[in-house]
Design a binder for this molecule. Sequence first.
Ligand SMILES: *Cc1c(COP(=O)(O)O)cnc(C)c1O
Length: 242
Amino acid sequence: MATIQNNVQLVRRRIAQACAAAGRDPSAVTLLCVSKTQAAEQVRAAVDAGEHRFGENYVQEGLDKIAALAELRARIEWHLIGPLQSNKTRAVAEHFDWVHGIDRLKIAERLSAQRPPGLPPLQVCLQVNVSGEASKSGVAPEALPALAAAVATLPRLRLRGLMAIPEPSRDPAAQRRPHRRLRELLAALPPLPGGPLDTLSMGMSDDLEAAVAEGATIVRIGTAVFGARSAAGAGAGGGAVG
Ligand SMILES: *Cc1c(COP(=O)(O)O)cnc(C)c1O
């Protein structure tokens, strides 16, 4: 588990360097460790290394891990970053702190209605399709203002910003384009009932620098923190055999 500590330090350094290059304050970028397919013990090692925000893609896997790490619940912020179907909204409203991938009003309405009164509002981001036909999930940019206006009025949600999963690219300039697009879409939103949005959830292990250069405030990093995911459990963005 010493590797996780090393990896966390390397990722923090990458974030700091990307912030320095962009003239940004490193405290403006939050590291979200993507723990999908990783065992609860790996999450515990990352907590020991000083991390306390974790992202899960699959609802049931996330719920299992939250339960396995129940004694750390007060120290961990759990983010759902994968797709969410309506039959799973109640469990998510009851157990997670953030949901990044909202692209339909119906899902947001269910989460708001099902968020237990004793918990703070669920923090949410709207997922935007910035890759056009290459991507099936995310709201179309044209439909974003109406969705944002509707979600911002839901009482038990707090709309924080936008999230994107751009098509992978090896070219740094091409990597920046969809991130820039997301930043511009956020800036172009008219004033919303809940106040200004402060979150751009974008950037993964391979395009962290491009995302920070374009204003990311949450980077979602899996492989660079935990190592390669096993092929059996790998989800979106995964696949390498460890
Ligand atoms: C898997 C995943 C990540 C992390 O990807 P890495 O390339 O391992 O850093 C980030 N965001 C989402 C939505 C993912 O599914």
